[in-house]
Ligand binder design. Structure first.
Ligand SMILES: Cc1ncc(COP(=O)(O)O)c(C=O)c1O
Length: 477
């Protein structure tokens, strides 16, 4: 490193530290919102023929930070992630700076050891005695690998011969399940129309009678039922599908059972809330995003399987005859090369941010964090119920709150709520979300950030009420 580069790094680290400190200050705006055209004028994103001086680079860092959404801010409560913890940043920086790839043991010995240990711990939490798993690029890829594992386990020839022998392999998920299955059906050649969305009950949990009926209908239509995707913690309502009942159906019809615990898998960290996932050990595979409720930077996700060997059989691109021997030197023999059971080539050591964080907090620390955010969500629910101009549109089941501002005189409630969300964000006062679910437009709070407290919830709800009242007046006059 040259002296100039050294100075650049030191100045950069100082900017980072200031950013981290200011991030958590409640009085700081969460966002200095600019529309695209204004942002283009404020941030010079062009690349010139000649490079720039160190000062200019640092000034880009500062401008970037200025217009970035502060995802660690206490009012960032609208998505399924938020907050940060220093231990996980230690792991993340270490992964960046050491820059190893997880393909082979030789190339990344310590991170391979750590990944094996953490995968073991997570499979045990799910209840898999002889499980396996791998870190992946997100819950979307985890669900893709689950479907791929189901497909190739049903017919191992598909890997070699393609789908020629099979037609209409059908996936069953609830009408509340995540849209990532669409990408899985597309990528795996199953066809998006072979996803059957089973209706859910009023809380958003899969209706098991409807599931069985849908399976029988597919059989009558000469299709091949392949896969049931239960969800532990749906994205919007936070519903947990009844896993034990679904597992009986999966076993009766011999279908692959996957649990998408991308969001709610973290409930396994708490003795109080792990019963929400009762029966998880009966699944064949399980997705879990640590970047949602474990305070670690994105991406940090795993796909876990009940039986070891599944990932190797389904995912590996290595083959004793065709394998690139410049990467894998031990194909066909016992090896610790994790790349042989991954869809990725060069893969960052995402495990480090989770391991450092878990090592630092321990099981108890994470259990406390999980319990804390659920308590906060309960607090927010009470506050919403007590406010005459707010309505809890759906009952709270986990940390998701689907609510709305009630206009005074029968105006367009949906449009009003969308304006509230937009205004809140553009004022830099809070980052919540909105969506349509079961025919209603709702504002969404997702309390996953353990750095948030009751005061933050009060502040946010008061802003929603204030903006709601303002917009209500504007709409009337
Ligand atoms: C239930 C569920 N599954 C899967 C995903 C996809 O995860 P990712 O965004 O990490 O790809 C999400 C994301 O919100 C989710 O809520």
């Amino acid at each position: 490193m040259t002296p100039k580069e050294h100075e650049l790094m030191m100045n950069f680290l100082e900017l980072l530290m200031n950013y981290l400190k200011s991030n958590a200050l409640k009085d700081n705006a969460l966002l200095d919102y600019q529309d695209y055209e204004s942002l283009e004028k404020k941030f010079d994103a062009s690349i010139g023929k000649k490079g720039v001086a160190e000062d200019e680079l640092l000034s880009s860092v500062q401008t970037y930070m200025q217009y970035c959404v502060r995802t660690s801010h206490p009012q960032f409560i609208g998505t399924l992630r938020g907050g940060y913890n220093v231990a996980s940043l230690v792991g993340e920086f270490l992964a960046d700076i050491t820059n190893t790839s997880m393909s082979t043991y030789e190339g990344s010995p310590v991170a391979t050891l750590i990944e094996n240990k953490l995968i073991k711990k997570m499979t045990e939490l799910v209840g898999f005695d002889d499980g396996d798993g791998i870190f992946v690029s997100g819950g979307t890829q985890a669900n893709l690998i689950a479907v791929l594992s189901a497909r190739n386990t049903l017919d191992p020839n598909i890997k070699k011969m393609g789908l020629r022998q099979q037609h209409d392999l059908v996936l069953f998920i609830s009408d509340q399940a995540h849209y990532s299955y669409v990408s899985a059906a597309n990528v795996l050649g199953l066809g998006v129309q072979n996803i059957i969305r089973v209706k859910s009950d009023e809380l958003g949990r899969m209706d098991t009678e409807a599931l069985e009926f849908a399976i029988q209908t597919a059989i009558r239509e000469d299709k091949t039922p392949l896969f049931i995707g239960a969800t532990a913690g749906t994205t919007v309502l936070g519903a947990f599908d009844p896993i034990e009942d679904i597992a009986s159906i999966a076993s009766k019809y011999n279908l692959w059972l996957h649990i998408d615990g991308a969001f709610g898998g973290s409930a396994l960290l708490s003795n109080l809330y792990k019963p929400l996932l009762a029966g998880s050990e009966l699944a064949d595979s399980f997705s879990w995003d640590a970047h949602k409720m474990m305070g670690v930077p994105v991406p940090c996700s795993v796909i876990l399987t009940r039986n070891s060997g599944v990932l190797f059989d389904t995912c590996t691109t290595t083959d004793a005859k065709e394998t690139p021997s410049y990467v894998y030197h031990n194909v066909g023999t016992e090896s610790y090369d994790l790349g042989e059971k991954s869809l990725q080539g060069t893969r960052k050591a995402d495990v480090l941010k989770l391991w450092f964080s878990w090592k630092y907090y321990g099981d108890e620390g994470y259990e406390n964090q999980l319990n804390h955010v659920v308590e906060l969500a309960q607090y927010a629910e009470q506050k919403i119920k007590m406010a005459p101009c707010l309505e809890m549109v759906f009952p709270r089941q986990f940390v998701n709150l689907c609510f709305s501002y009630k206009p005074k005189v029968g105006g367009d409630a949906d449009q009003l709520n969308i304006r509230v969300q937009q205004q809140l964000m553009q004022n830099g006062q809070g980052y919540i979300n909105y969506t349509q679910v079961k025919g209603r437009t709702v504002l969404m709070l997702n309390v996953v950030n353990p750095l948030v407290d009751e005061e933050d919830i009060d502040y946010l709800l008061n802003r929603v009420i204030e903006i709601g009242q303002e917009q209500d007046e504007i709409a009337i006059f």
